[in-house]
Ligand binder design. Structure first.
Ligand SMILES: Cc1cc2nc3c(=O)[nH]c(=O)nc-3n(C[C@H](O)[C@H](O)[C@H](O)COP(=O)(O)OP(=O)(O)OC[C@H]3O[C@@H](n4cnc5c(N)ncnc54)[C@H](O)[C@@H]3O)c2cc1C
Length: 468
């Protein structure tokens, strides 16, 4: 039986990054993945394929709506070849997952394809997909088994017309009318993909705003933009039934006045969140239990109640984000190597890859109000930037929240072109505990979207934005 310093169960961004860092630190490492390809949800049915479709559909949207204003004329009709678009997405996924296989072998990490389950706290049984089962001994184990789409108890996901994000990423036809249950990140991103491709899109959200965990100003701006693009947004609607009638689906909901409302479409995307996934792990054999939400419980060191077993990523508490899982993977590897790593969960950015993009780090205005923190706000609209006018991306803003007394940046919230990349400036500033004035006095290249960050910082510092 092979013995390892560390066995990692699950090869998503949490697991594969943990394995690489363990190997870099000289630990003999194995990784176990039940699917045929590496990379977990993120690479196979999450971040990467959704961004590939967002990019393809964005090109199409530009071609039919914006090329003309740029003086680009395409003779004949511009058409979508969905099969080709999906094939491109599949090839992007394939290249990316193959890249992880390469990284595993480069770092001399033993890879097992099969379902890993605990025999006891130091032995893992691997039900190998093809071939004989294997058992390995692991001094330490990192559980990185991720999550699966959540649903509502009364919804029967038939994977044909009533679907999750996994099916929405590989539809064979463009829905005539896609009803999206849940106005969170995944629902809005995929909703925008199909809206651009020609579907009618209706979003039904239980809470009183879309992207409810982000700053209220961002919800408002994104709602405005989506409504302008004729996405129907129905907030404060509680879905009570989803019924399939042949090729039709009917979603019943009650609005805030308690009226029953029906939405009829041909596809329903259920995107009401994700739940931790531990099926088949046989946690009991290792002496582990899950909490009331099915997550593996961990302490501040991401260590479970069994001292040699750790858990990271979507399977534990916290934001379900690939980069959060990655940070946790590195954290556990370094802990196992005797180092003292640190993660500041307040500085894990959140991004929605709609267009305009939405990105945040730190505290929202709502959180500061609730905590009774005295703060000041600086906000700058994208439309006042030369760069935005040049590209035509004038929606959005940058909003900086800073401590009223000390001027320390407490939160950065953005809507606009490429803000998914721009939010790194907010993270860097906050990591170094910058004041709004620190950002305001730094030179930002002209013309860039980043100038909005400087201007918002100027506005927060002394209400002295220059270009508005
Ligand atoms: C449509 C969509 C879009 C998303 N977009 C983004 C985005 O843009 N940015 C972002 O940060 N996040 C995004 N996410 C979320 C992101 O995918 C997850 O947060 C991330 O994948 C979590 O990583 P993880 O390593 O914890 O688990 P996962 O990526 O879920 O990987 C877990 C792996 O463990 C394997 N596994 C489970 N049980 C076993 C077992 N017993 N034995 C062996 N293997 C097992 C699974 O097969 C899987 O491969 C998106 C998610 C979805 C669904």
């Amino acid at each position: 039986m092979s013995t390892y310093d560390v066995a990692v169960i699950g090869s998503g961004p949490g697991g594969y990054v943990a394995a690489i860092r363990c190997a870099q630190l000289g630990l003999k490492t194995a990784i176990i993945e039940k699917y045929a390809t590496m990379g977990g949800t993120c690479l196979n049915v999450g971040c990467i394929p959704s961004k590939a479709l967002l990019d393809s559909s964005h090109h199409y949207d530009d071609a039919i709506k914006h090329f003309e204003e740029h003086g680009i004329e395409i003779p004949g009709e511009i058409k979508i070849n969905l099969e080709k678009m999906m094939a491109r997405k599949a090839s992007v996924v394939e290249q990316t997952t193959k890249g992880i296989e390469f990284l595993m072998s480069k770092n001399k990490i033993d890879t097992f394809q099969g379902v890993g389950s605990f025999k006891d706290k130091t032995h893992i049984h691997i039900a190998v997909a093809e071939g004989d089962d294997v058992e390995i001994e692991a001094k330490n184990t990192i559980i990185a088994t991720g999550s699966k789409p959540a649903s509502l108890p009364f919804i029967n996901i038939d994977k044909e017309r009533i679907i999750t994000s996994t099916e929405a990423l590989k539809l064979k036809e463009i829905p005539k009318h896609l009803i999206v249950i849940g106005g969170g990140v995944i629902g809005l991103e995929l909703g925008q993909v199909y809206k651009r491709l020609g579907s009618e899109v209706t979003v039904v959200e239980y809470l009183d705003r879309i992207i409810p965990t982000m700053d209220g100003a961002q919800s408002k701006e994104l709602t405005k933009v989506l409504k302008k693009a004729k996405v129907s947004i129905n907030t404060s609607h509680k879905v009570s039934a989803v019924e399939r009638k042949g090729d039709e689906v009917v979603v019943t909901a009650t609005d805030k006045k308690d009226n029953e409302v029906e939405f009829t479409g041909d596809y329903v995307l259920v995107s009401v969140g994700r739940k931790a996934y531990t099926d088949g792990l046989n946690l009991e054999a290792a002496g582990l239990k899950t909490d009331d939400r099915g997550r593996v419980e961990v302490n501040e060191h991401l260590q479970t109640s069994v001292s040699n077993i750790y858990a990271i990523g979507d399977v534990v508490r916290g934001a379900m984000l690939a980069h959060k899982a990655e940070e946790e993977g590195v954290f556990v590897a370094e802990t196992l190597a005797g180092q003292k790593p640190h993660i500041d969960y307040n500085l894990i950015p959140g991004v929605v890859y709609t267009w305009p993009e939405v990105a945040s780090v730190g505290k929202t205005e709502e959180q500061l109000k609730e905590a009774g923190v005295a703060y000041k706000t600086g906000q700058f609209p994208m439309r006042a930037l030369g760069r935005s006018r040049a590209s035509g991306d004038i929606d959005g803003f940058v909003k900086i929240l800073a401590d009223k007394e000390t001027d320390e940046v407490l939160g950065v919230h953005m809507v606009g072109a490429r803000v998914a990349d721009l939010i790194a400036e907010g993270v860097t500033a906050m990591e170094f505990r910058a004041s709004a004035e620190d950002i305001a006095i730094m030179s930002h290249a002209h013309p860039t979207y980043a100038e909005a960050v400087k201007e918002a910082a100027l506005a927060a510092t002394e209400d002295r934005a220059l270009h508005i």
